[in-house]
Design a protein around this ligand. Structure first.
Ligand code: NDP
Length: 241
């Protein structure tokens, strides 16, 4: 066991990358706060992982719920050393298809949600001289048809993170992780039939397991404080885009 005293807050811990990362960090001795909307899932995971893991229901689009989560992290774990902004939704569709609520949900969750959670936890990160990790995407560098709004959120995360790097380092390390395709439930929620089929074919034939990217994040967190892996792009080897 290492890192026994570090506290990691992971948004979107109820499935996929967040869940895989929670498992790895707990196995490495971090104390972890699991945040997501589906309390049943994170409660079951917290019970399974034990070692001080706590589950807190929070919606990143609802600032009040994030404030309550931060208070609990402070009281029960002594504050966050690490914040992983991982919560996200991917709802691709042709931009002209009228999916206005999907566009709004992506911006409010992926970009504004990450900003809200960071703003709320910033004092804790400052107090601990901690680490901030933003989960962006390869879609923050390439923009396939149908991904206009999603790519905008990930491009936005990259720009925001770069400005935060300049503002917050050296006190708080700022890292952006840009995964290629990862086999998670992300595409299950797509509402445009053609886009959903294409995304699920990609997931079934190209994607890497979430453990692969979670291990990379854990590696980055484990580097000595004198260096920062500011930007990490990881594709499955067979992914061309
Ligand atoms: P999943 O769908 O498995 O996980 C998404 C997580 O986000 C869930 O735990 C979900 O929890 C949470 N979430 C969604 N909306 C909210 C909200 N409003 N408030 C709080 N939590 C929320 O997908 P992944 O693990 O694949 O995605 C994780 C991140 O990785 C996302 O940011 C995604 O954009 C990014 N990514 C994924 C890639 C992939 O191919 N899978 C590739 C590149 C980046 P709940 O529903 O319980 O709230």
């Amino acid at each position: 066991m290492k890192n026994t005293n570090r506290v990691a807050v992971i948004t979107g811990a109820s499935s996929g990358i967040g869940q895989a990362l929670s498992r790895i960090l707990v196995s490495e001795g971090y104390r972890v706060a699991l945040l997501a909307r589906r309390l049943d899932r994170i409660s079951a995971l917290a019970e399974e992982l034990s070692n001080g893991t706590i589950a807190i229901q929070a919606d990143v689009t609802d600032r009040a719920s994030v404030v309550v989560a931060a208070e609990r992290v402070q009281q029960e774990l002594g504050g966050a050393d690490i914040l992983i902004n991982n919560a996200g939704v991917m709802l691709p569709a042709p931009f002209a298809s009228g999916k206005r609520s999907e566009h709004r949900q992506m911006v409010e969750t992926n970009l504004l949600g990450a900003m809200t959670v960071t703003e709320v936890f910033l004092d804790q990160l400052r107090a601990k001289k901690g680490d901030l990790v933003n989960i962006s995407s390869v879609a923050g560098r390439v923009a396939p048809a149908g991904f206009a709004a999603y790519s905008a959120t990930k491009w936005g995360l990259n720009g925001w993170s770069e400005a935060l790097r300049v503002e917050l380092q050296p006190d708080i390390r700022v890292m952006v992780v840009e995964p290629g395709a990862v086999a998670t439930e992300l595409s299950d929620h797509i509402t445009d039939d053609e886009s959903k089929k294409a995304a699920q074919d990609y997931r079934d034939n190209v994607a890497m397991p979430p453990q692969d990217i979670a291990e990379v994040i854990a590696f980055a967190l484990g580097r000595p404080k004198r260096i920062t892996l500011n930007e990490i792009l990881v594709r499955p080897t067979i992914q061309s885009m």
